[in-house]
Write a protein of this length. Structure first.
Ligand code: FE2
Length: 508
């Protein structure tokens, strides 16, 4: 790739892929043997994409406990599933090709599991070549294929959603990739309008209770907004200028507003240009600057007001709502230095040697009239917060998440990940949790409303995890109103699946 092309592309990706995290160095492809840390084995991914599991189907899975009657539907999950090719391994977890999983709950106690790689243009070309061919977010690789736009590097590896019966694998740097929900066969990139072909569509769309899907994308100092109807068609879109090309991974929607937090992360173009750094390696966090809050009016899709917060880095929001001049929202803050240190890169070698900082839930109140902000946090370590889908953009009472357990996964150098599942009751300031103990890694948990229920929180909590001793992946189902009683059912796979990021439950 020509240097000019590279810089054009880099400019296009500022605020998109680059928002995930930063690591100052150690972004070379790895060739050392994968380490033996048992918590990290799923980070190895499926070597060369040939593993039988990757295209296979798990049937007749063992179920412990009793799956609830009425639980029928599919838990789709996505994450980086291929991190090594031709004896070389990515330096960064976020670089792997998307592996789409479908855990199908049949409603009669049976469960099947299926997983397929998203057949992006990049994946197919590299599969054929048997080696990595294009630059990745966190690994420096000289392009050996033309990179004409972000979709030439699209790994479709971050999240998954369904809208109007169509299934999409999501990656914030480029287009959504459509798949067949039954076979997981890849159908190709989705353009929401001809003029939006190839424009980034983030991995964190928000669906309101009426089925309206909101999303955004960032590229070249621009913020694109999407409003998609319950019928799956684009209702409105808007392109806004974003001064300073900030990095954005997620956002919140309230009944009247869209709210973005813009951390002071930027891309060091000299590092990209002269040192050939990866995007992650060229990211800089300026703690002397503020994290800006951008509030956009839904009716006009224009900025309404900006606020400033102390510099902070974040990935995920829980939910947001508004009343009068007040906007209330919550999100998980992340220690910027932890990410800048390149800890993730050491993990991709199968060993880790740093203790991690604790990501914490932050609660933010914005006053549109006065411009004042109020922020406080809770001490518990957690990530991947979720709410009942019936309260998205409305006042919520409960936040569900994986969380640090008593035998904290962050308390020893080798342990990694969250070992507990929790519900935070914001009204009572009360936490209910179940701890799987030190030998489990718990991933994102989704609230699935019970059929016929109407109250927030009346549902099942469904998610996945990894049994460290057995080296197997599992899915668990809790009664979301009795989490401390433990899972109602647990489904163990006869194999492990690489750690993933986000999922979506689609009722049958
Ligand atoms: Fe995310």
């Amino acid at each position: 790739m020509q240097r000019r092309q590279w810089l054009t592309l880099a400019a296009g990706l500022v605020g998109s892929t680059a928002s995930k995290l930063a690591c100052a160095a150690r972004d070379e492809l790895k060739t050392v043997p994968f380490g033996r840390n048992p918590w990290l084995q799923p980070l190895r991914g499926y070597v060369d994409g040939l593993d039988r599991v990757a295209e296979g189907l798990g049937e007749g899975l063992r179920v412990r406990g009793r799956l609830p009657a009425g639980l029928a539907g599919t838990l789709f999950r996505n994450g980086p599933g291929l991190l090594e090719r031709g004896g070389k391994r990515y330096a960064h977890w976020f670089d792997g090709d998307g592996l789409l999983q479908a855990w199908r709950f049949e409603g009669d106690g049976r469960v099947t599991h299926q997983a397929r790689f998203v057949q992006t243009r990049k994946f197919r070309a590299e599969q054929e070549a048997g080696e990595f061919l294009v630059p990745a977010f966190g690994t420096r690789i000289d392009a050996r294929l033309p990179v004409r736009g972000p979709d030439d590097m699209n790994t479709a590896n971050t999240s998954v959603t369904m809208q109007a019966g169509r299934l999409y694998a999501l990656w914030e740097g480029g287009s959504a990739t459509e798949l067949d929900p039954q076979t997981l066969r890849t159908l190709g990139p989705r353009a929401w309008a001809p003029e939006l072909a190839g424009v980034p569509f983030s991995a964190h769309p928000k669906r309101e209770p009426d089925g309206t899907l909101w999303n955004f994308g960032t590229f070249a100092g621009k913020l694109v907004l999407y409003q998609i109807g319950a019928d799956g068609t684009l209702q409105r879109s808007q392109v806004l200028a974003l001064p300073g090309a900030p990095m954005v991974h997620d956002f919140v929607v309230t009944e009247r507003f869209l709210v973005f937090l813009l951390p002071p992360l930027s891309l060091d173009f000299a590092s990209l240009r002269d040192a050939g750094s990866s995007f992650a390696g060229a990211m800089r966090f300026d703690a002397t600057q503020s994290t800006r809050v951008l509030v956009i009016d839904k009716p006009t899709l224009q900025p309404r007001r900006q606020f400033e917060l102390p510099a902070q880095l974040l990935f995920h929001f829980g939910n947001g709502w508004d009343r009068g001049d007040q906007i209330v929202l919550d999100y998980v803050s992340t220690d910027a230095q932890e990410f800048l240190s390149g800890d993730f890169n050491s993990m991709l070698g199968g060993e880790r040697d740093l203790s991690r900082s604790v990501p914490r839930m932050q609660f933010l109140q914005l006053d549109l009239a006065s411009g004042r902000t109020r922020q406080h946090e809770r001490p518990e370590g957690l990530e991947f917060p979720q709410v009942d889908p019936r309260v998205v953009a409305r006042r919520h009472r409960y936040l569900y998440s994986p969380a640090m357990g008593a035998a904290s996964t962050h308390s020893t150098p080798e342990r990694w990940g969250f070992s507990a599942v929790q519900r935070l009751d914001l009204r009572r300031e009360h936490i209910e949790r179940f701890d799987f103990g030190p030998y489990a890694v718990v991933e994102e948990q989704l609230l699935v409303p019970k059929p016929g229920s109407s109250q927030e929180g009346q549902g099942w909590l469904i998610g996945t995890g990894f049994d460290v001793r057995a080296q197997r992946s599992f899915a668990v189902v809790f009664d979301a109103e009795a989490i401390s009683a433990g899972p109602l059912a647990r489904v163990d796979l006869p194999y492990w699946v690489p750690y993933g990021f986000h999922g979506h439950f689609h009722p049958a």
